[in-house]
Design a protein around this ligand. Structure first.
Ligand SMILES: C[S@@+](CC[C@H](N)C(=O)[O-])C[C@H]1O[C@@H](n2cnc3c(N)ncnc32)[C@H](O)[C@@H]1O
Length: 349
């Protein structure tokens, strides 16, 4: 199956992003240490933070409030300027509604938010402008799918040449990401990443869910709800890196001279939807939420490519996936693996 999607989230992402919220939460202490270490400008210039791969901004509110509070705690007069970035297809209207809305963080005087619609695999800021680069659950989205995956839509189920090509694309993308952040961060600037990760066997923790999704896509084709060649053209363009893959460019070579790796931690996140189901036993609500969250994160990649699957296919898929989760609730639970890492930009220009 080949590359169909771009990584953009569905319109409902902000309402169905509890799993991703757990990723950002896991890094809040690490963000605190970054904010204690980062130099805060003392010359009237703004403290500049970037939220890279922001989607609707729902999961950026807590960390950006933390940024504002920490900078204000160190110097109450420093303006804080946050740039939320994502690819051009992102719903930036939803982003601005979120960050300026009732739960937003921009209401305080001297706090500014703006956005940049460009891939984080490109340059986003002038040299040395940024103090903090923050990214959660976004860098596992690849810039492209290098070649088709046979028989599945999910990269962790790829084998052979397709797997090698995806791993190579992931290495190139991660290196591009780090190179651009190295150029953009001021000396002492902090990079904090919560990246979709894999254990050494290449598994992300969501294989059961993706296998259910594939079974439902195949059923959709069998029932005439979608063309077979459409399924063959579907791939979710992600690669969950192992710890070694995340750390390799920071341990040797030019990027290891640009950054000092301060800390890293591999975390297996609990599935918040499964936890709620375990507490309330509401199987229908659980199945519906799992399917809605899956569609919010991966629906556009699967259903909105150049050869779209046809009207109604995405909705039929979501209903069918919910039915499968109802019969196999444990398979629908995703214990996502994430890599947290923090690095300091060294003054080596
Ligand atoms: C799962 S969402 C995570 C959003 C948010 N950071 C969170 O934690 O909820 C992944 C986001 O990464 C964005 N993304 C994917 N590829 C990207 C790229 N090359 N450059 C910038 N953003 C990208 C997607 O559009 C999406 O908004």
């Amino acid at each position: 199956m080949s590359g169909s999607g771009t990584g953009v989230m569905g319109g409902d992402y902000g309402r169905h992003a509890a799993a991703q919220h757990a990723g950002a939460q896991a890094a809040s202490a690490m963000l605190g240490r970054a904010l204690a270490a980062v130099p805060v400008p003392g010359d009237g210039r703004a403290f500049r933070a970037a939220d890279l791969g922001c989607a609707s901004g729902a999961n950026a509110l807590e960390p950006m409030r933390q940024v504002v509070a920490a900078v204000r705690g160190r110097d109450g007069s420093v303006p804080v300027w946050v740039t939320h970035t994502d690819i051009p297809g992102n719903d930036f209207n939803a982003l601005f509604a979120t960050v300026t809305g009732p739960g937003g963080y921009t209401r305080e005087p001297g706090v500014f938010a703006c956005a940049q619609a460009r891939s984080f695999y490109e340059r986003l800021f002038p040299a040395g402008e940024l103090h903090l680069a923050w990214s959660t659950i976004a860098v596992h989205w690849l810039s492209r799918v290098p070649r088709p995956i046979d028989g599945h839509v999910y990269s962790s189920r790829s084998t052979g040449a397709a797997r090698d090509a995806l791993r190579a694309q992931s290495a190139a993308d991660w290196s591009d990401f780090l190179e651009h952040r190295a150029a953009e961060l001021a000396p002492g600037g902090q990079l904090v990443v919560v990246g979709g990760a894999a254990t050494d066997d290449g598994l992300s923790g969501a294989e059961g869910l993706f296998d259910l999704a594939l079974a439902e896509l195949e059923a959709l084709v069998a029932a005439g709800g979608m063309a077979e060649d459409r399924l063959a053209a579907m791939t979710v363009p992600t690669w969950n890196r192992t710890t070694a893959e995340f750390l390799e460019p920071l341990r040797s070579g030019p990027l290891a001279k640009a950054f000092r790796l301060e800390e890293h931690e591999f975390v297996v996140l609990a599935d918040p939807m499964w936890l709620r189901f375990a507490a309330d036993g509401d199987l229908d609500a659980y199945a519906h939420e799992v399917a809605a969250s899956f569609t919010a994160a991966f629906g556009p990649s699967l259903f909105a490519g150049p050869a779209a699957a046809g009207p109604g296919a995405a909705a039929r898929f979501e209903a069918g996936l919910a039915a499968r989760v109802r019969t196999q609730p444990e398979a629908g639970a995703a214990r996502w693996r994430v890599q947290l890492l923090r690095a300091t930009r060294l003054d080596a220009r």
